[in-house]
Ligand binder design. Structure first.
Ligand SMILES: NC(=O)c1ccc[n+]([C@@H]2O[C@H](COP(=O)([O-])OP(=O)(O)OC[C@H]3O[C@@H](n4cnc5c(N)ncnc54)[C@H](OP(=O)(O)O)[C@@H]3O)[C@@H](O)[C@H]2O)c1
Length: 269
């Protein structure tokens, strides 16, 4: 298979993370990558930093590309896709816009094959989590190609689109929820006399270590928790305090509520 030409349309925070991942992984050569931005200065900066072609004209980029990754804000998505729809014949259109559904993308660009993707901000350091859902016209090869692209910035799962609101909440908004938990743990350390900088480092590395242990061992989190819980020890004392504060239902309901709100995003157009 020849290497596809890939265009990142609306190269902001997430677009740049995807671009950086693709180049670092040498997944696609620089001469097969195009990015767009509506501001001339941003185009020049991106071009200088990454050594790729960066232009203001979205339609020109779409015309040259086999794969278009749409990275503008959700409220801009309809306008941008309709503007370039004439250039999306036989093109794979991958949208990362929160709340924008495959059916909407297919309506705006009827001749494109559509994939909806939900990455998250740790993608910037290639520790992202991306979920992909295929539209009506995609084939296995399209999902494989999108998986290859997003694997350069972290883990990838393919799921049915009905799960996307939950995914948007759990892994899309999740880094914000995790940071609140992390900050609260660090606050406890500060309360007990640790300097803030030390407390944040200890909390962050501990959360990263616990998360990696779950992923790499494949064990249930409860089993890993039980392993550090000595009878009559300090860990069980802390755990009971967490239960008194209803932390489990608070966090689970956080995901439920954010998923409910996610269901209404991107539906203004
Ligand atoms: N950030 C996240 O955690 C996250 C996670 C998953 C998915 N997403 C989705 O990813 C998308 C991008 O998010 P982001 O955080 O990367 O936003 P962002 O930094 O604002 O990126 C979008 C970029 O597109 C530019 N732009 C606006 N109109 C344009 C046009 N007509 N043509 C070309 N470029 C244009 C914007 O420029 P200006 O700044 O000048 O407006 C901005 O730099 C959103 O749809 C969001 O839902 C974000």
């Amino acid at each position: 298979m020849t290497t596809p030409t890939l265009a990142i349309v609306g190269c902001g925070t997430m677009g740049e993370a995807i671009l950086g991942g693709l180049l670092a992984a040498a997944a696609i050569p620089a001469d097969k990558l195009i990015a767009t931005h509506h501001r001339e200065q941003r185009c020049a900066e991106l071009s200088e930093t990454y050594g790729i072609r960066v232009i203001r004209d979205n339609a020109e980029a779409a015309r040259a590309a086999d794969v278009v990754i749409l990275c503008v804000k959700p409220q801009m998505a309809g306008g941008v896709v309709r503007d370039v729809a004439g250039e999306l014949d036989d093109t794979l259109l991958v949208s990362i816009c929160a709340g924008v559904r495959c059916a909407q993308l297919e309506q705006w660009a009827p001749r494109a094959r559509v994939i909806r993707a939900m990455p998250n901000t740790p993608s910037v350091i290639r520790e992202g989590m991306t979920v992909l859902s295929g539209g009506r016209h995609v084939g296995e090869g399209d999902l494989d190609l999108a998986t290859t692209v997003f694997s350069t910035i972290g883990r990838v799962r393919v799921l049915e689109e009905k799960h996307m609101d939950t995914v948007t909440s759990l892994s899309g908004s999740g880094p914000a929820f995790a940071c609140v938990v992390l900050e609260a743990l660090a606050d406890g350390g500060v309360m007990m006399g640790l300097p803030r900088e030390v407390a944040v480092e200890l909390a962050a590395q501990t959360m990263q270590g616990a998360a990696r242990l779950v992923l790499e061992s494949g064990e249930h989190p409860a089993a890993l928790k039980d392993r550090v819980t000595t009878p009559a020890g300090c860990t069980i004392a802390g755990l009971l305090m967490m239960e008194d504060g209803r932390i489990r239902s608070t966090l689970a309901r956080t995901i439920q509520e954010a998923a409910r709100v996610a269901g209404g995003l991107g539906q203004g157009d």
